[in-house]
Design a protein around this ligand. Structure first.
Ligand code: NDP
Length: 248
């Protein structure tokens, strides 16, 4: 049996093939959890991640499930439970951003960002709660722009992350009696495919970070591992910002 603070636990991370989600999956697996990830496009990356976790002695599965497809998300949650026999941690990480000014964007793009970032989070959470027991952890990946926004072109995206923050707080009220905590990890700029540190959007973002640089996916994974673990049991309904001081 694996050792570590999450030994014997099972975690599902939505959107786990790349970026922040992949780092979280690897970190929770190295802490002893059996891990399931979902993905949409990157079947090869998903298979490679499962292999890497298995090579390190862990257990992992990858499930094709678009966060915008409620039935697929529900099936992914149920498959995780069926495969590993329990579900202790849900990390709602799958998310996207379509950077466009409000006057230039379309209703389709607005709906797409809400479908993945907000509706997908709601559906996965509702499905996971059927299986979760006392000690369970629901962890959202929100964003520092869910509280404060300093650049243009992000209004719908930041609205989704504001919604995720308040969903966290409302749900924490409902689940306390079941011994399940709900928290929202809010990264600032983190170097990934979605937000490359060398990209055109990086300059304006970096200018707002007191530390003057992007964070790494491992920075976020370390905080998520803490929130998933036993030492965080009294943190509930919180938005934990990890942004190099962006929102200070
Ligand atoms: P990436 O684009 O680098 O990775 C996204 C991951 O989510 C991939 O594994 C991708 O899978 C998966 N994914 C994308 N769309 C869907 C979907 N519809 N259904 C299921 N899975 C999907 O993003 P990041 O790692 O940067 O972002 C992860 C989360 O962190 C998001 O919620 C984002 O909003 C949030 N965040 C990111 C910040 C940043 O600066 N990077 C800052 C603050 C918050 P596939 O490979 O199959 O497409």
């Amino acid at each position: 049996m694996s050792k570590g603070q999450l030994a014997g636990k099972v975690a599902l991370i939505t959107g786990g093939t790349r970026g922040i989600g992949a780092a979280i999956a690897k970190r929770l697996a190295s802490d002893g959890a059996n891990v399931a990830i979902t993905y949409t496009h990157s079947a090869d990356a998903a298979a490679a991640l499962v292999k890497a976790i298995e090579k390190d002695g862990g257990k992992a599965i990858a499930i094709l499930a678009d966060a915008a497809d409620a039935d697929a998300v529900r099936s992914a949650v149920d498959e995780t439970f069926k495969t590993f026999g329990r579900l202790d941690v849900l990390v709602n990480n799958a998310g996207t951003c379509i950077p466009e000014k409000v006057e230039e964007t379309s209703l389709e793009n607005f709906d797409r960002v809400f479908a993945i970032n907000v509706r997908g989070t709601f559906v996965a959470t509702q499905a996971a709660l059927k299986h979760m027991k006392s000690g369970g952890r629901i962890i959202m990946i929100g964003s520092c722009v869910g509280e404060r926004i300093m650049i243009q072109g992000m209004a719908p995206y930041s609205a989704t992350k504001g919604a995720v923050k308040m969903f966290t707080q409302g749900l924490a009220r409902e689940l306390g009696a079941r011994g399940i905590t709900v928290n929202n990890v809010q990264p600032g700029p983190i170097d990934t495919d979605l937000n490359p540190a060398a990209g055109e959007w990086a300059v304006g973002q970096k200018a707002n970070v007191p530390l003057g640089r992007y964070g790494t996916v491992d920075d976020v994974a370390a905080l998520v591992a803490f929130v998933a673990g036993p030492e965080s049991s009294y943190i509930n309904g919180a938005s934990l910002t990890i942004d190099g001081g962006t929102n200070a």
